[in-house]
Ligand binder design. Structure first.
Ligand code: CP
Length: 309
């Protein structure tokens, strides 16, 4: 594998490779000194053109654990403000000895553009409304660790499906591993029929539900999403209170899901909007496990692309 640009282009075997490697590497996180020399001498460039907490810092942590050096590009104060293009910026930074680029950008397809134009591995850390492949890998890893399988599960994804790159990667990833994905949210934030056709990898493996209860009924995994207001050109929800009343997950919904079903969220969470604050106490809420697995998954990605592991 040369780049990690999306889940769409990964096979089930590619995904299993990343999950198995991440599972093996996770042990390093618990050592008294969590550091190995594997990527000594490598330089990773973090290019985040959009805000990030979890993804950026877990990539940085993964680099440091593997002994790679990190260069973190700050858009503010850079020559972007003087009109330098993205490609010129990256070409110039690459001459400083960069071995791999991690990019988050508000325009879908930017990581693919860099991959076509540069001779170093590129990792997509979230591009516009398109995909967020490392988030999907860490979501899969969390489910596999907690439920023991990724096969034949019912996964419900609730919220702003249309604008969520996490949803798009998860929809493809869970189906590739043999599970069925149900999505629900306000009608205008759901996939169009053409998008529905694109996302459905096998007959009956993907279902769009206008009714929240239908999506979460007997689910093994429920993933709540943040409303991606920053990607709405015009206001698409009447208000957060209204949203919470219709598509927010609350303790009353726990009766509908399977006993022991996982509750997940990619973060950042708007408590009281997509999740009722009481749900933080739900014993099968695994949101911080997802964050921890993000480090292991990103270690697996760096190792694979930098060493061919
Ligand atoms: N899940 C996720 O991508 O979080 P950040 O935006 O904080 O990186």
């Amino acid at each position: 594998m040369k780049h990690l640009l999306d889940i769409e282009s990964l096979s089930k075997e590619d995904i299993e490779h990343y999950l198995n490697l991440a599972d093996n590497l996770k042990e390093i996180l618990y050592r008294p000194i969590p550091k190995v020399p594997t990527l000594r001498g490598k330089l990773v460039l973090l290019l985040f053109y959009e805000p990030s907490t979890r993804t950026k810092f877990s990539f940085e942590r993964a680099c440091k654990i593997l002994s790679a050096e990190v260069m973190s590009f700050q858009t503010k104060g850079s020559s972007l403000e003087k009109g330098e293009t993205l490609l010129d910026t990256v070409k110039n930074l690459k001459t400083l000895g960069v071995n791999l680029i991690v990019i988050r950008h508000n325009l879908s397809g930017t990581p693919h553009f860099l991959a076509r134009n540069l001779s170093v591995p590129v990792v997509n850390a979230g591009d516009g409304t398109h995909e967020h492949p490392t988030q999907a890998l860490l979501d899969l890893l969390t489910v596999r660790q907690k439920l023991g399988t990724l096969y034949d599960l019912k996964v419900a994804i609730i919220g702003d499906i249309k604008h969520s790159r996490v949803a798009h990667s998860d929809i493809l990833a869970f189906q590739k591993m043999g599970s069925t994905v149900y999505v629900s949210g306000p009608a205008h934030l759901l996939p169009t029929p053409a998008e529905e056709e694109f996302f459905c990898l096998k007959p009956k493996a993907f279902k769009v539900c206008y009714n929240l209860a239908t999506a979460i009924e007997s689910a093994d995994v429920v993933i709540a999403l943040r409303v991606q207001k920053e990607r709405h050109e015009t206001p698409l929800i009447p208000g957060y209170n209204e949203y919470h009343l219709t598509f927010g997950l609350a303790p009353k919904h726990l009766d509908l899901i399977k006993e022991g079903a996982l509750l997940m969220h990619p973060g950042p969470i708007n408590w009281g909007v997509e999740l009722h604050p009481e749900l933080e106490k739900y014993p099968f809420q695994v949101i911080l496990d997802q964050v921890e697995n993000g480090v292991a998954v990103r270690m697996a990605v760096l190792l694979t692309l930098l060493t061919g592991a």
